[in-house]
Design a protein around this ligand. Structure first.
Ligand code: MSP
Length: 529
């Protein structure tokens, strides 16, 4: 991507029937890391997230809690979903709720257009529905249970709860008209759905043929009214998918819409079908471009199963951040799991990586180097002398790491980007062990060499602060306060990330600030789980 390009990234909008767990936070962090990276590359970046508030699932939760769905949604948004963004340090540019008037108005415009253009007709739906998934189901999505509360009943394979049998007059969207156009899209743009495993699954699904989609319900009224028939409300997924365009001015602010759309869309693989089949078909019907990309990431697993509240395996993000801090949360999930694959969460793995990678690998490196500049040069960055082959090797590792990390981010391979950046951490740790600055400090004739070594290490830290700032914003801000800011380099977030690998940006002669501890030691007794 060239600097200044538009980069619009969106997370799914989250159901407000319950509070967030780390699976939800995972999508948010991934989107935020990508958005911060693009912002620091000078791109015209926009990160959207929000909440999905209509439909039977929310309605039933509200009724079960003796309240109205609107009050329930307001409470959950205020008390759980907005605070989540703080807990994990998300810099979103907007937060959309499907009960926002701006959303409802633009959805109405969209629906009326599809109706006027003949893409919606009235018919009768007869079949199964899972309220947990908010999805119409085929027989092979269901199973008959033999034991437990629902013995002998048909249950949804995902939620293990009984499904509803519907027979209703509904409005239908002519999705079957779009089968060939969707297949052409997947063919022409192999990157449209990623990773490959998700792409293949969607391809198989669409090749089998598409049915028209029921897009309205008349047996309850918690939803957006169908503009030409107010005895129906819009199907919650049709409503929710539109958030990606209603939030950026669809039907209301054409300039803003043109500036932002299309989006890179991160979704869990379980909801890739909605995003890669129904959503582009809806957009095609309205004469709009499909998303730039739909990326289906993997699941966080607990005990080998998708972590979920309904299965009581949900872990609240604050359980982790309270002990390990927000940076460790972000770093762990982004580096330990290949983005696009499933990953198992365990407290042991988190603790081990915190200690070895963040505290010992990165944190110690930063504190040792800064302590040596303080000790041997009174806190003033020394000017390098002539560079040796070892010093030049550090420079080339930094340069390659910055290039490789940027290339990885362009394909959403966040874990590869972090691995590329970590080559600098490893290189600098090895470099210091071999150069032994504490030995060089002992003799006058090796003082010049000491300057070069410490300049090299400090400048390496500068590149690390910039490259890691999208992933661990708090720790890198502390490092920057000790290093870049006092040297007059400006704010950390203003550092152009693609230039991070250019050597020699830290001016010799600048005085360091104090370094606050980056990753304090955590006693095993403090760890939950
Ligand atoms: N409201 C719909 C999305 C509508 S988007 C137009 C929805 N909401 S959700 O709250 O159930 O899930 C939101 C996201 O969280 C999905 O992408 C889902 O895949 C993700 N995750 C839920 N549990 C997860 C894990 N255990 N691991 C990783 N992601 C998980 O679906």
């Amino acid at each position: 991507m060239a600097a200044g390009d538009s980069f619009y990234i969106a997370t799914p909008i989250f159901y407000v029937n319950d509070v967030p767990h780390i699976g939800h936070a995972y999508t948010e962090v991934a989107a935020d890391v990508l958005a911060r990276w693009h912002r620091q590359s000078g791109d015209d970046t926009w990160l959207l997230t929000g909440t999905d508030e209509h439909g039977q699932k929310i309605l039933r939760t509200a009724v079960a809690n003796d309240t109205t769905p609107q009050q329930w949604a307001d409470k959950l948004v205020e008390e759980a979903w907005l605070p989540l963004l703080n807990t994990i340090n998300i810099q979103n540019d907007d937060f959309i709720r499907t009960t926002d008037k701006r959303h409802e108005d633009a959805v109405t415009i969209f629906l009326q257009k599809l109706y006027d253009d003949g893409f919606i007709y009235s018919g009768e739906y007869e079949g199964y529905y899972c309220v947990g998934c908010e999805e119409y189901k085929q027989l092979d999505d269901l199973m008959e249970t033999e034991t437990g509360d629902y013995a002998g009943q048909l249950v949804c394979k995902i939620h293990s709860r009984p499904i509803e049998v519907l027979k209703e007059k509904n409005y239908f969207f002519r999705m079957s008209d779009f089968q060939q156009r969707l297949l052409d899209l997947y063919e022409e743009r192999p990157d449209f759905i990623q990773p490959e495993s998700v792409r293949n699954e969607i391809l198989q699904f669409v090749k089998q043929g598409l049915s028209d989609l029921s897009i309205s319900r008349s047996s309850f009224d918690w939803g957006i009214k169908i503009p030409w028939d107010d005895s129906h409300v819009l199907y919650v997924w049709f409503d929710a998918l539109l958030n990606y365009i209603t939030a950026i001015g669809y039907g209301v602010d054409d300039d803003e819409f043109q500036r932002r759309w299309p989006a890179t869309q991160l979704v869990g693989k379980d909801i890739a079908r909605f995003h890669a089949v129904i959503w582009p078909a809806m957009l095609m019907a309205a004469g709009l471009q499909p998303p730039k990309q739909v990326f289906g990431h993997g699941w966080l697993l607990v005990g080998g199963e998708k972590m979920s509240k309904s299965k009581l395996t949900g872990i609240a993000p604050s359980q982790i951040t309270d002990t390990f801090g927000v940076d460790a949360f972000r770093y762990y999930f982004m580096s330990a799991i290949n983005f696009g694959q499933d990953g198992s969460f365990s407290w042991e793995d988190l603790s081990a990586r915190y200690q070895s990678e963040l505290a010992n690998g990165f944190g110690n490196l930063a504190s040792r180097v800064i302590a040596m500049v303080n000790r041997y040069y009174d806190g003033v960055v020394p000017a390098p002398g002539e560079y040796s082959a070892d010093d030049l090797k550090v420079q080339s590792v930094v340069k390659a790491a910055a290039e490789n990390a940027d290339a990885a981010i362009q394909t959403l391979a966040i874990h590869d980007a972090i691995a590329a950046i970590w080559t600098i951490v490893d290189e600098l740790n090895g470099y210091i062990t071999i150069q032994e600055p504490w030995v060089l400090a002992k003799k006058d004739e090796t003082r010049e060499r000491l300057s070069t070594v410490l300049y090299t290490a400090t400048e390496g830290l500068r590149s690390l602060a910039v490259l890691l700032s999208p992933v661990i914003p708090e720790a890198t801000a502390k490092l920057w306060n000790a290093l870049g800011a006092p040297a007059g380099l400006g704010d950390l977030t203003d550092q152009v990330i693609v230039d991070a690998g250019h050597w020699g940006q830290l001016p010799a002669g600048s005085r360091l600030g104090t370094l606050e501890p980056l990753f304090p030691r955590i006693e095993p007794s403090e760890v939950a789980g």
